[in-house]
Design a binder for this molecule. Sequence first.
Ligand code: 5GP
Ligand code: MN
Length: 319
Amino acid sequence: MKIELRDAAERIQAANNIVVAAHINPDGDAVGSSLALLLILRAMGKNARALLDDDIPPNFTILPHINDIEHPVELSETEIQADLLVVLDTQPDRIGSVSKMVKAPILNIDHHITNEGKNVSWLFLNANAAATCEIIFDLIEFLPVALNEDIAHCLYAGIATDTGFFNYANTRPSTLRAAAVLIEAGVKPNVIAEEMERKSLADFKGLCEALKTMEFFYEGKVAGLFINEAVAHLVDSTEGFIDQIRVIDGVEIAFVLTCRSEDIYRVSMRSRTVDVSKIARNLGGGGHIRAAGCTLRKPFDEAKECLLKAIGEAVKDID
Ligand code: 5GP
Ligand code: MN
């Protein structure tokens, strides 16, 4: 059932044992929103835990209380009792094993246009919000809790990363107003930016290898990188690789095809105008109009062909 933000706040107020989860392969918004909500719930006196079924990229280790995020693989319990599971920044089919561990009504808070609200009790969706962190910022208004410096850091990290540091089309006046309030609460934008943009040497070398694979398709309207298993093992994260090629003159869609394991490939897409969330959704994934992704379970040649066919359809009418 779709609900308003005020109702989402009521659902949270009514629960005592709350688990917070976000998507696998967590980004700044997933980590920032989970951690911010965890701190908010604790400040309200709730018994709250945050569970992420994946490693947290090292860039986010500066966030306050980051070690309070728990990982299912490290837990001895197989089932966690809760009266509410809050799923952030994705629909619940992308939270990995957390969905098996926590059987509770789901409150889903998200900003992905492709979220259809399947298998949730309540969905608050604002596809205009730049980040789930922007929604959590708004949610504080409806809760008996005050913004503090720790919460502000987590929210700012999510908003800054999901907007490409206020560069992308999802940056709205309210996004910048929220950022201003977060800075007033003590966030130092340069410190967050430095940490979020930091790359390990291994990742940088991986980027150099990946760039050697660059290919253009459809008269240069599409550019792609291909990360094979060896390079994928070399790096901690491929975050940001796509940004190097999406800026090339004439490129409408940029993509990165990354080998996860044999016959499993992750697709990341970015576009200037084309709706890549539709392409991703047709291939079993989702995302936003200008940033989306999916997983293809096929051998490399088939994955590449299938992706290029879908992308070709989307760019064929663009001059
Ligand atoms: P990225 O390319 O950074 O991995 O993802 C771009 C956007 O698409 C993010 O907002 C991410 O949450 C979403 N996304 C990526 N992969 C998937 C997927 O497999 N399913 C869904 N529903 N969304 C995805
Ligand atoms: Mn997000």
